[in-house]
Design a protein around this ligand. Sequence first.
Ligand code: HEM
Length: 437
Amino acid sequence: MFTSSPALDHRDSIDEMHDYVWDVPRKHGYEVTRNADKIMGRHLTKAKIGSMVTLVEDKVLEDVARLRQSVGPSGSRVPFGHRTWSLLWNSSLGALFGGGLDPTWVRGPAREMMHNANVCYFIDLLPFLPRAFWFAVLPKARAFRRGRRDLHSRLAKWLDNDDAVSQADDMLQEIGKMFNSRRDECNLEAASAWVAMFVTGLAVNTGEVTGWLFPYLLRSPALLKAIRAECDALPAGRLDQVDLKASAPLLSSAIQETLRIRGSIFSGRTVKKPFQLPGYDHQFKRGDLLRIMSPGAALDTDCWGDDAAVWRGDRFYQGGDQMYNSQLAFGGGVTTCPGRWLATAELLIVTAHLIRNFDFGTDISLHEKLPDEGDDTEFGAPCKAGTGEVVKLTDLDGKSYDIVMPNMENSGCEIPSGLLPPLEETVIFMKPRDIDV
Ligand code: HEM
C-alpha cells in the first residue's frame, strides 16, 4: 500500500527533502537533476554493478592490507567504528571517483553535515519563525549548514574540472558530463548539491554498518564461529565473483539484522486523495504526509516476532527470502534506495575480508579516545563517558545476553539518511591472522 497506492504521491516528499536538506533545487534545474537520478538508476541495477564492485574490492584489498600493517603482527586496539567507516568511505568514493577526487578531502564536511542532520526535522517542529531564522541561531543547524556548504564547494571543484571528471567510473563520468553540458539549465551549485546528495547516500550509511555489526557479532560467540567458518571456506583472494549471500548466508543475515535494528528509514508519501490504511479507521486527507517510522517498522512484533527488539544474527537466515523481502532498510516502491545492490555487495565483501584477515578481542570498550586517532574522529571531541545502551542479543545456540552498545546518535528522531550513527567510538583489539588470503 505504502509503496504503490495511487492515492499517494511517491515523489513529492523526496523532492521536498532534496530541496530542504540537500539544497538540490526543486524548481530551477529540476529536470536536469532528475535526469541525473535516471542515469544513476540505470547504472546501479543488480545486473550492472559488477564493474563497480570490482573497483570497490580493489580499494578494499589495499585498505585491508594497510590495516594489517598498521595494527602490527601482534595486534593492537583500534578505534573500530571510525577505522572501518573510513575504510568503506575511502573504498567507495575512491573506486567511483577514481584519481580525480581524494575521498578524505570530502569526508570531514560530509560527516559534519550528517552528524547534525536531524536538526532539519527538529526545526520543522519549531513554531512561528521561518526556517532561515533557526538555521542562523541554532549551533547544530549552523554546523549542519557549514558541513553542507563545504561539501558542496569541494564537489563543485571536482565537477568544474573536466580532467578530474574523466577519471571517474562510467556512471559518474556520464553524470558529470551531463551536468557540465547543461549549465544554462542547472548551475554549478545545484549540480554539486546533487553530487553531494549522491556522495552521502553512497558512503555515509554503508560505513556505519560495520561499527554496529561487529560489537554485536563479537558478543555472539557461536554465531561468530559459524561465520568465521563460512568466510574461511570462501575461495582465497578476490570475492567479487562469489555469490556471498549464498556462500556466507549467516554473514548476510547478520548484516541484514543490523540494518533492520539500526536503520533510519525516512521514506515519505504525500496523500493525493482521501486515503485509509487497511485495518485503521483514520482517514488521511489530501496534503497529509505519511512516513515509515523506522523504529516502529523494525520493532513490529507482528512482522518480526516477539523478539523483534532483540538482535538475532541468524534471523534472516532462518526467515529466508520472505524475511529479506520484509526488510525496509532501503525504503520501498519507486523511491527505494538506488544504491541498495551496491551497498549490499560492498558490505558482504568488506566484512568477509575483515573476518578472514583478523582475530578480534571480545573485550570491547566504549567512550574511549585513543591517542593515535585522526582529527576527523568525532571531529576531535572527546568521547562522551556514559552508560551506553543495554540491549539484548540472542546467539546462534539460543543463548541470550545483555550487552552494552554505543548510544544511538539522534535517538528518538530519524535523520535524512538510512542509518543512525553510533554516538560513541568502540575500541576493539585486532590482530592479523596468519592465513593465505
Ligand atoms: C547500507 C547502506 C544504505 C542504506 C541503509 C540506504 C538507505 C536509503 C534509504 C532508506 C533511502 C530512501 C528510500 C526511500 O525514500 O524510500 C535511500 C535513498 C538514497 N540512497 Fe541509499 N542507502 C544505502 C546505501 C546507498 C549507496 C551505496 C548509494 C549509492 C551508490 C545510495 C544512494 C542513495 C541515493 C542517491 C538516495 C536518494 C534517492 C533520491 O532521493 O531520489 N545509498 N537510501
